[in-house]
Design a protein. Structure first.
Length: 339
């Protein structure tokens, strides 16, 4: 049976290949024309050493010089000896350019643009070749701004369904993409999307997990939750704390309510920083999680939001004196210009 292997390159580019349990990943990568690092192909040199982030596998023969016991216990593998027994995610210690790969280009059309609130816009794209697109929930694409040579990074806010995928965008007055989406976009407009990109993606849920979203940083969590829902729900409790500045920034809450209804292990809270808000829960996300949510450090934390939020959450870990087992974050940096 063929398994889906995500190869994550150092520059954040991800490529998916198919590999069945009788083949080693290195051979499957070569078949897909990806020159991942390789030398002896025999488990002797260690050149192909990579890190398996998730999934089950069998390793063939190799010597200690190529991969030590300690490295193996930390999740390092030799791709020339790696046979998958499930879908896997492997981090390759090289850039995609070095491996003669790179982000893939997808053509799409705008299918729908929705003003979700005064500050937030949702849009849906219909992909020309949806079957060619695979991504890990949490990853993003570089989306072209129609009529310009610019593009902007946007995280998927859904899985691909019926050839369509959603995005969630903060409407920044005067912003290039914001202006296009709020005043010009119409169904049928053509877009180019490059990717998928990013190391901020959902790993296997192995312990209690905390999702922290700031503003439109909710987007990747919507894709992650949809994925978890499709998988029958998480095996351990997942709690989302979604923080917004003002009431108008609070969007897609009905989707969160639906996920909480269908997934027994999922719960969420929304908090608003504005003191004059009519909302019940006020303050920042750091006011609404504590040591108990971090389960004595046996918890994974994912955060997506503006850069100051990342610093505030790190300072909060220090204040409460508990560090999570892992902390994955994505900063929605302003205006990354790519032409
Ligand atoms: C990895 C990644 C993923 C991202 N995913 C998303 C996403 O899913 N949803 C989303 O809404 N955004 C996301 N962003 C941010 C997005 O790429 C754009 O930067 C943002 O939408 C602004 O684009 P614009 O063309 O409208 O404004 P621009 O024309 O780029 O900017 C106009 C002005 O607004 C300022 N500005 C830009 N962004 C902000 C901001 N957030 N707050 C205040 N001022 C700002 C700029 O500095 C500039 O002065 C992501 C960014 C990164 C790096
Ligand atoms: S290529 Fe030498 S150990 Fe894999």
């Amino acid at each position: 049976m063929a398994h889906r292997i995500a190869l994550n390159f150092e520059d954040g580019v991800t490529r998916f290949i198919e590999c069945d349990g009788n083949e080693v990943v290195a051979d499957a990568a070569y078949r897909a024309r990806l020159n991942i690092p390789m030398d002896c192909r025999d488990g002797a040199c260690g050149t192909c050493k990579s890190k398996c982030e998730s999934g089950r596998f069998r390793m063939g023969d190799y010597i200690e010089d190529a991969l030590t016991e300690d490295e193996a216990s930390e999740g390092f593998v030799l791709t020339c000896q790696f046979r998958p027994e499930s879908d896997c995610v492997i981090s390759i210690p090289a850039t995609s350019a070095l491996c003669k790969s790179g982000p893939t280009v997808f053509e799409a059309a705008i299918a729908d643009v929705r003003k979700l609130s005064n500050t937030t816009i949702g849009f849906t794209v219909a992909l020309d070749q949806p079957e060619a697109l695979s991504f890990l929930p949490g990853q993003y694409m570089q989306v072209s701004v129609p009529g310009t040579a610019e593009s902007r990074a946007y995280s998927f806010s859904s899985c691909v369904s019926g050839g369509r995928a959603d995005f969630l965008v903060r409407n920044i007055p005067g912003g290039l993409m914001s202006t296009y989406l709020s005043s010009q976009a119409t169904s049928g407009d053509r877009l180019t999307l490059r990717g998928p990109v990013g190391a901020f993606y959902l790993r296997e849920i192995r312990r209690p997990t905390l999702f922290l979203a700031g503003g439109t940083g909710l987007a990747p969590f919507l894709a992650m939750l949809e994925h978890l829902d499709e998988e029958g729900g998480p095996a351990h409790p997942v709690r989302l704390v979604y923080g917004v500045t003002r009431d108008a920034d609070m969007v897609e809450v009905e989707k969160l309510a639906r996920f909480a209804e269908t997934m027994a292990n999922f719960s969420y809270d929304v908090c608003v920083a504005d003191k004059d808000s009519a909302h019940g829960l006020k303050g920042f996300v750091t006011d609404h999680f504590g040591a108990a949510d971090l389960n004595d450090g046996e918890a994974d934390v994912y955060l997506c939001g503006p850069p100051p939020m990342v610093d505030a959450v790190k300072a909060h870990f220090d204040r409460i004196g508990v560090k999570p087992a892992s902390f994955h974050y994505e900063k929605f940096l302003a205006a990354e210009t790519t032409t």
